[in-house]
Write a protein that binds this ligand. Structure first.
Ligand SMILES: Cc1ncc(COP(=O)(O)O)c(C=O)c1O
Length: 448
């Protein structure tokens, strides 16, 4: 978050005023901090340096080529979940020997593409997938490197829609099936079994789920290692937490302290697949206020970004801190864990219960408003009953920590053009994806 700061109540992205970015590139606009991305990546590598891991950035979290290229230059590998993400990673100059391919439903075409590109390994999620990759590798006269994605049945205590490591989730392979696969691995001559993989969910605000899952994985490795099943890699997936509001997020060192001993004791190499914690706090979404209105019951601030641009609040009830880019007072919650922040979030709860009462600007200079987008859905709401400085048509508002699962989940719903993306580097900025055009909106369509 430190790459975004308020100076005299004005928002700066690195050393670039947010209002200049909005003026030059328009809104809605995703803004990424180049130095923030590089820094956080370096911090992760440092925390786990004892094992010199492959840090495979999860492309799905933020897939712009420029973001991938910045991370690749820092030494990142990539965790992909589709042929499209493989294409992106290779365009960004990825080393295919640092690419791992996850996902429950890889198509034949995607598997062939990955084999052609000689990626490091597939994280496979079912026996049926293993059989298919065996057949495809045999038909191509090659050997496919794989890890088994285990489902450790551990509760990562995330949003129900983002938990992936429980039995009831579609992800991974149960231990009994994995045991059978490993014992029968000789039946798959075109498969090289390299290791085990997991991904527990996202975001995980505790190191405990990693410990629990790794204890199970370590036992599995101890019981199943053989000359035909080297099991030399442990991939812990992603899931590291991100500061969206007042959560306590373990440091990378704390995550490492939980993970490294297990991996060392198993004599394995480590792979990580972080996404959110890299892209999230190093980004924001800038939007402009279109209208304000008060219907006698609630006050609404209607902005030009919609749920098609940032779907997380509508989809996951996600909280994104927001504040005007030019403000009459500093954002109290900007330093999230300050006592000021506690007071702010406390107030918010109070006003959420009495949104009607807080509609007029109070002695604190704030008013309670629902910040909503233009999309024709009631779920198109970024912030419900938020205490914010009064804003008016034309004012700029920033949604913080928006870049992870932000643009990458953007759509054309309501036939809205997807937003532009820009990267800042100190006082400079560069457009890294231009705003879509109306022609692009209908490209590929034809009349019957
Ligand atoms: C297999 C896999 N790896 C890594 C990630 C990245 O997780 P995060 O962005 O929480 O680090 C995901 C996200 O869903 C995932 O499904």
């Amino acid at each position: 978050m430190k790459r975004f700061s308020y100076r005299d109540n004005e928002l700066f992205c690195e050393d670039t005023p947010a209002k200049d970015l909005a003026g030059e590139y328009g809104t809605p606009l995703y803004v990424y901090s180049k130095n923030g991305l590089a820094d956080v990546f370096a911090c992760i590598r440092k925390a786990f340096s004892e094992l010199s891991p492959i840090v495979a950035f999860s492309v799905k979290s933020c897939s712009n080529l420029a973001v991938l290229a910045v991370l690749r230059a820092e030494g990142a590998g990539f965790d992909i979940v589709s042929g499209g993400e493989l294409f992106r990673a290779m365009k960004a100059g990825a080393d295919p020997r640092k690419i791992v391919f996850s996902g429950v439903g890889k198509s034949d075409e995607e598997i062939r593409l990955a084999l052609d590109n000689d990626i490091l390994m597939f994280n496979i999620e079912s026996e049926a997938e293993l059989d298919n990759i065996q057949a495809l590798a045999a038909s191509l006269g090659t050997v496919a490197p794989v890890a088994l994605r285990l489902n450790p049945d551990v509760d990562a205590k995330t949003n129900a829609k983002t938990t992936t490591g429980r039995k009831e989730n579609k992800f991974g392979i149960d231990f009994a099936t994995a045991s059978r696969i490993v014992s029968n691995i000789a039946l798959h001559p075109n498969i090289r079994l390299l290791g085990l993989d997991m991904h527990l969910g996202s975001p995980i605000y505790s190191t405990e789920p990693y410990r629990q899952a790794l204890a199970k994985m370590s036992d599995f490795i101890r019981d199943h290692r053989s000359p035909r099943a080297h099991l030399e890699y442990i991939n812990i997936g992603g899931g590291f937490g991100l500061l969206y509001r007042d959560q306590t997020v373990p440091s990378f060192q704390e995550y490492a302290q939980a993970v490294v001993p297990f991996v060392k004791a198993a004599g394995c190499k480590l792979i990580l697949e972080p996404g959110r914690c890299i892209a999230g706090n190093n980004s924001l979404l800038l939007s402009r206020v279109l209208y304000v209105k008060d219907n006698g019951t609630r006050h609404f601030t209607i902005v030009d970004a919609g749920m098609n641009d940032l779907v997380r609040p509508a989809m996951y009830d996600a909280y994104h801190f927001c504040w005007p880019a030019l403000s009459t007072r500093p954002p109290p919650a900007y330093i999230f864990n300050s006592p000021d922040a506690q007071e702010y979030f406390g107030l918010e709860v109070f006003y959420a219960e009495s949104a009607q009462a807080g509609r007029a600007v109070g002695a604190d200079g704030l008013r309670t408003t629902d910040v909503v987008g233009p999309v024709c859905e009631s779920s198109d709401c970024f912030a419900r009953a938020r205490r914010l400085p009064p804003m008016d048509r034309g004012d700029l508002v920033a949604f913080f920590s928006a870049g992870a699962y932000g643009f990458s989940m953007a759509s054309n719903y309501n036939s809205r053009l997807r937003p532009a993306e820009v990267m800042v580097d100190g006082g400079g900025s560069r457009l890294i994806r231009r705003r879509e055009t109306l022609d692009e909106l209908i490209a590929g369509e034809s009349f019957f």
